[in-house]
Every structure is written in structure tokens, then in C-alpha cells.
Design a protein around this ligand. Structure first.
Ligand code: BDR
Ligand code: CA
Length: 315
């Protein structure tokens, strides 16, 4: 892709501190047209994540992007939020100004389906929350995997421990039925799972550099990340944080950052008493018994370049 080629991107998210940084990453790039943002329960209620999406798009200079409110609960189970990770307001308890805009009348799934039909083969989708809206969209438009050019999902723990349960990652375990429907649908799909996101961290040096960047975007984001880094200190033992959603954004718009991946069909465990919500990878040599379209699981990225781009996006 040349620098000037415009990418049309739909983002489905649950902001969320790392969702916020993903929005900043995409909003900073002139070649990226954010055609819509859908919201979903997850890190907080959908009312809060929708309000946050509006505030963040205004903060990051894209106030005219349509924001569509999505699902308030998973397809089957009860919702579970993550205030301990993202703060009571989903943004590290940092208050942003009241949004000027308001959500559009369409739901997230309806907006995604309309945009995909209007841009057949020309829309890329970034999904960084529970996959409920995408599953609903598949119900509205079963041809969605053919209409969408590429889908990048942040979610799952393929060959590493989970972050909610021993085998389960938040976005997938928060709606396993929806995730299974998305992995079964046949999208051209990159999976940015904990396998890579727990190894691609904003270090304390990076966080300090961000603190030194002047301007509203950097300073507010730095304040969100202070809360996030406090949570991650309990996991990593030092001040640093996993940048799950911005890494997925980078894999979407800067695919050259990916230096290693493997292709494998992904299924979601729906029944296990210990493993419900686990992403199960069939790594038997192909052709295997599993004929499901394989996802590309990212296992290595150019970390220094990613951290540089992420900092640039906040300047
Ligand atoms: C994912 O869960 C959410 O808490 C984050 O925003 C990210 O999308 C990481 O497991
Ligand atoms: Ca998220």
C-alpha cells in the first residue's frame, strides 16, 4: 500500500484505556478514514463505553466520526465489567470534557453492515472488545466476511495463559458464543492475542517519554495510562503495561510490523467448566480434520518501531 492510499476502517471497541490508545493510533494517521465506531459492553457498560468513544474521538481530532451504540450484554451469559483494570469511568478515572456529539440512531451492527455493503471489498474492521456486535452483524448480513476486506481481532490466548481465567482472555470470554460465530464465519482474520500483546509492553521509559510530550492528547492519555500501569504493576512486578488494542490497530494499518505469525483454525470452547471461552487452536499439520478457514495468529512484531509509532500518534 502506498502512503496516500486511503484505508476505510470501522472500529468496534469498549473504551477502555488501551482502546483509547488504539483510537489515537488510528486517528493520527491521515491515510486512515475512520468511517464508523461501534461500541460494546466490556470494560464498562455500553452507555459508558459509548460516551467514552465520543469524548475520545473529540480529544483525538475526529469529532465527526459516527459513533453507534452496540450490545449491552453478551448473546447468552451475563455481562462482566473490568473497572479494576480501566477505572470506574473506563478511562482511569480521568475526566474528559462532556462530548459535543451524540450516538447515531443505528446500532453498531447496523452501521457496520451498511458500511460493508457500501464499500464491498474496501472496508477493514478492527474489533477490540467482546465480539457481540460482529456476531449480530453476521446475523443481519451473512455475506459480511466477503464484503469486509480484513478483520483484525484483539482477543484470545492461544498458547499462553489467559488474563481472566487460566485459559481465557477478556474479549473472548466476555462473549464466547459471539466469538465462536466470528471465527467460524470465514473472515480474512488476523488474531492479535495475549500471545503477542503480553510481550509488547509500554515500558516505564516509554511512559516517561509520553509524560514529556506536550499537548492535550498526550497528557490526557498519559493520565489514563498511569491508572493502567498501576494495575499492570501487579502483574508484571514493575511499572509497564500491555498495549493490547493499539497493537491490534498497528497490525491492521502497519502490517509490515508483523515479523512472525502462524495460520490455524480457531474455535472457542463453549462448554468446559474450566475452559469456557478458551481459544482452541488446531495445530495439527494441514490439511487437518478442521476445515475452518485459518486465522493468522501474530507471534512476533517489530516492538521498537511499534512503540515509536504509538508515541508519534500522541504528539
Ligand atoms: C482486552 O480486554 C480489554 O480489557 C482490553 O481493552 C483489551 O481489548 C485485553 O484482554
Ligand atoms: Ca478493548
Amino acid at each position: 500500500m502506498t502512503d496516500r492510499e486511503t484505508m476505510r476502517v470501522f472500529i468496534d471497541c469498549d473504551p477502555g484505556i488501551d482502546d483509547a490508545v488504539a483510537l489515537a493510533y488510528l486517528a493520527a494517521r491521515p491515510e486512515v478514514e475512520i468511517v464508523g465506531v461501534g461500541t460494546v459492553f466490556g470494560n464498562n457498560t455500553v452507555a459508558v463505553t459509548t460516551d467514552n468513544a465520543l469524548r475520545l474521538l473529540e480529544l483525538y481530532g475526529r469529532p465527526n466520526v459516527p459513533v453507534a451504540m452496540g450490545a449491552e450484554r453478551p448473546l447468552v451469559q451475563a455481562p462482566r465489567l473490568a473497572e479494576h483494570v480501566h477505572g470506574g469511568n473506563g478511562l482511569g478515572d480521568v475526566a474528559l470534557p462532556e462530548p459535543v456529539g451524540s450516538p447515531v440512531a443505528e446500532s453498531s451492527a447496523e452501521l457496520l453492515v451498511r458500511l460493508a455493503r457500501e464499500n464491498p471489498g474496501g472496508l477493514d474492521v478492527l474489533a477490540v472488545g467482546p465480539l457481540t456486535n460482529l456476531a449480530i452483524a453476521l446475523g443481519l448480513e451473512p455475506r459480511l466476511p466477503e464484503l469486509v476486506r480484513r478483520l483484525v481481532v484483539m482477543g484470545g490466548a492461544v498458547e499462553v495463559p489467559g488474563n481472566v481465567g487460566s485459559h481465557t482472555e477478556a474479549n473472548i470470554v466476555n462473549d464466547p458464543e459471539a466469538a465462536e460465530a466470528v471465527f467460524a464465519a470465514g473472515f480474512d482474520l488476523d488474531l492479535v492475542a495475549l500471545d503477542i500483546t503480553m510481550r509488547t509492553v509500554a515500558t516505564s521509559e516509554w511512559l516517561d517519554r509520553l509524560k514529556g510530550v506536550p499537548g492535550e492528547r498526550a497528557q490526557r492519555t498519559s493520565a489514563f495510562l498511569d491508572f493502567y500501569a498501576d494495575f499492570y504493576k501487579g502483574i508484571f512486578g514493575s511499572r509497564q503495561c500491555a498495549m493490547h488494542d493499539p497493537l491490534a490497530a498497528a497490525v491492521l494499518i502497519d502490517p509490515y510490523l508483523v515479523t512472525e505469525s502462524f495460520e490455524v483454525p480457531i474455535r472457542v470452547e463453549l462448554n468446559g467448566s474450566l475452559t469456557r471461552g478458551m481459544t482452541v487452536a488446531d495445530r495439527r499439520p494441514r490439511p487437518s480434520a478442521d476445515q475452518r478457514r485459518a486465522a493468522r495468529v501474530v507471534t512476533s512484531v517489530s516492538e521498537d518501531e511499534f512503540l515509536k509509532l504509538m508515541l508519534d500518534s500522541l504528539r
